[in-house]
Design a protein around this ligand. Structure first.
Ligand SMILES: Cc1cc2nc3c(=O)[nH]c(=O)nc-3n(C[C@H](O)[C@H](O)[C@H](O)COP(=O)(O)O)c2cc1C
Length: 367
């Protein structure tokens, strides 16, 4: 239904407009039981796919399946229930910053090819108060909602710990987990915060805030695909030393060669590439495998980057990801994407005699 009727209309819109309209359409759909039911019909050929074998625990959070919506799709927390209805087990809302900011000048989101996006949104966010207001609607729904924490562009690096902690404090009650996003390429200087000392300061500030609010929730650090092995080792050390849950691998890539594959004119365009690019996907999967190997599977990894179907999801899980996230494929693959991925994972489990998702995690990496 999505591919036949909705996508052709939306395809005429520019990438960011498509995205905003799709999110607002989902927002509208979740406001009445009737439209929510209609939406359910759109998931996986008239059936939202569910199976006991898909259940998985991520940092203590019980999830119905291993497919979540990644950060950036619903930055404001407008369509959490609708996305859950479409078969995603949870949604990472954000990145959220303390006060509203516009982000970079438009146009700032481009389709390089079907399924491949370049974005330089730059943390456009309505700010944490507006997000808190939106998320209140889901109180009591039990839908696992992650919150991606960020800092406003004009906050200097030395104030980053306070900026992240401020958002964590305000949105504490709504979060199943928090993610520290220091890997967006679109806020100047942000990626330098992945270094050991500044990252430790941010992590400790967020941990202290959680302690003061009633206890620690699962906390992840999201990394860039370009991080060198040594830099990833540093992030791992920060995660282990500070009792964090794990790492989200990865954010978008700034690789000029990957951009240029879609035309020389993209080579030096600012922004990060995501979605169905084979080199980007394997960079992201490579980071998942590296983290899994280095930690011997001791921390939880969320795999993200080019997941669009069961095969690409399984690739990430077999490399060590407990769950995967989808962002760019929401457009090309449509409303049934989560259902199809979940169904495909179960088909694979049946064929291979695998009894649980957990059994799949890291099987390509284990010696
Ligand atoms: C339009 C867009 C906006 C994004 N915004 C964020 C963001 O605010 N925070 C973040 O951590 N990642 C953000 N990302 C990165 C995604 O969460 C994800 O890491 C990346 O897109 C790779 O996944 P994909 O190939 O499934 O898109 C964004 C990606 C896109 C395409």
């Amino acid at each position: 239904m999505f591919k036949k009727f909705i996508d052709p209309v939306l395809m005429r819109l520019d990438s960011e407009t498509w995205h905003t309209r799709a999110r607002e359409a989902l927002h509208l759909a979740e406001t009445t039981p009737f439209t929510l039911k209609l939406l359910e019909q759109c998931a996986d050929h008239h059936r939202r796919f569910a199976d006991e074998r898909l259940r998985v625990v991520l940092g203590g959070i019980e999830l119905d399946n291993p497919v979540l919506v990644g950060a950036g799709w619903d930055k404001a927390g407008r369509a959490v229930k609708a996305l859950h209805t479409l078969g995603f087990s949870g949604v990472e809302v954000g990145t959220v910053v303390a006060y509203a900011q516009e982000g970079n000048p438009k146009p700032r989101q481009f389709m390089l090819a079907p399924g491949v996006t370049l974005n330089r949104l730059g943390f456009n966010s309505p700010g944490m108060e507006a997000v808190a207001h939106n998320l209140k609607r889901y109180n009591g729904s039990g839908i696992p909602t992650g919150i991606s924490l960020g800092k406003n562009k004009d906050v200097p690096a030395e104030d980053a710990p306070h900026a992240h902690a401020t958002v964590a404090e305000r949105l504490y009650d709504f979060a199943a987990y928090f993610a520290i996003n220091v890997s967006s390429p679109n806020t100047p200087g942000l990626r330098a915060l992945q270094d050991k000392n500044p990252l430790t300061d941010i992590v400790q500030a967020v941990n202290e805030t959680m302690d003061s609010r009633g206890g620690r929730k699962p906390l992840f650090v999201k990394i860039a695909p370009e991080l060198s092995p040594g830099a990833v080792d540093d992030v791992i050390e920060v995660v282990l030393d500070n009792g964090l849950t794990g790492i989200i691998a990865t954010n978008t890539t700034v690789s000029p060669d990957i951009k240029a594959r879609y035309g020389e004119r993209w080579r030096n365009e600012a922004g990060g590439v995501s979605g169905n690019d084979p080199d980007y996907r394997s960079m992201a999967t490579g980071q998942v495998a590296y983290i899994y190997r280095q930690t011997k599977g001791k921390i939880d990894i969320i795999g993200v980057g080019g997941v669009k179907d069961a095969q690409t999801a399984l690739e990430k899980m077999k490399a060590g990801a407990t769950v995967v996230q989808v962002v760019t494929a929401m457009r090309g693959e449509g409303t049934a994407v989560a259902g199809r991925i979940n169904r495909g994972i179960v088909d694979f489990m049946e064929k291979e005699g695998v009894r649980s998702v957990q059994e799949l995690v890291g099987i390509d990496v284990k010696q």
